[in-house]
Ligand binder design. Structure first.
Ligand SMILES: [Zn+2]
Ligand SMILES: [Zn+2]
Ligand SMILES: [Zn+2]
Length: 204
């Protein structure tokens, strides 16, 4: 069965000088998640596979976000949104996709969204790839996204709740405040959980 080699790298907030050019280099704190999802039978052509991938990434976005107390890369406030840049090699015999995920407090308005736009334009200039679409998940006017450090289901932002989050024992990624929340999410989460092959934290 044809499957996808998917690598998602979620970058940690910057504890050093935000103007340091090397802050997304090999030393940067990050988690590297390898997933091997199987293509569904109706995704045979490259176009069909790209379309399926878009849906898959939206379905696992929660798992890639709610797994640590991520901070905004620009101001170190609690992260609420993620920005994804993807590179794909779908035409290869073994299709591959790399996703680079950055955390921000607000990707739509304010100084950090402006910084994100500049960073995205710079990456696009360096790589020759079109700039990432900002933001990834369409937001309604004035909508506030849940903190990445809250439970993936109830999004409880109270300190007591966020202190006691437990990671899914199987994939060691997605965090929940209770067994009830974990159970309520299993129908959705299992698609991601079952395809996670490796989770590597690069943290110091
Ligand atoms: Zn910020
Ligand atoms: Zn919860
Ligand atoms: Zn899991």
């Amino acid at each position: 069965m044809a499957y996808l080699e998917l690598l998602v790298i979620v970058y940690g907030s910057c504890s050093r000088d935000p103007n340091d050019d090397d802050r997304f280099g090999p030393e940067q704190r990050r988690v590297e998640i390898t997933l091997n999802p199987t293509f569904p039978d109706n995704a045979k052509t490259i176009v069909q596979r790209h379309k399926w991938l878009q849906g898959f990434l939206l379905r696992i976005a929660k798992d890639m976000k709610h797994n640590r107390n991520w901070r905004c890369e620009f101001c170190t406030k609690h992260a609420r949104e993620t920005n994804w840049m993807n590179t794909s090699w779908m035409h290869l015999p073994q299709p591959r996709v790399h996703c680079y995920v950055h955390s921000v407090c607000n990707a739509v308005t304010g100084p950090c969204s402006e910084q994100l736009r500049l960073a995205s334009a710079e990456i696009s200039r360096l790589t020759g790839m079109p700039p990432a679409e900002l933001p990834q998940i369409p937001s309604k006017k004035g909508e506030k996204f849940p903190m990445s450090s809250s439970c993936a289901v109830c999004h409880n932002e109270a300190d007591e709740s966020r202190k006691n989050l437990k990671q899914c024992a199987k994939c060691e990624l997605t965090r929940y405040c209770s067994v009830d929340c974990q159970r309520a999410d299993w129908t959705r989460h299992k698609e991601c959980c079952k395809t996670v092959k490796e989770v590597k934290w690069h943290w110091n």
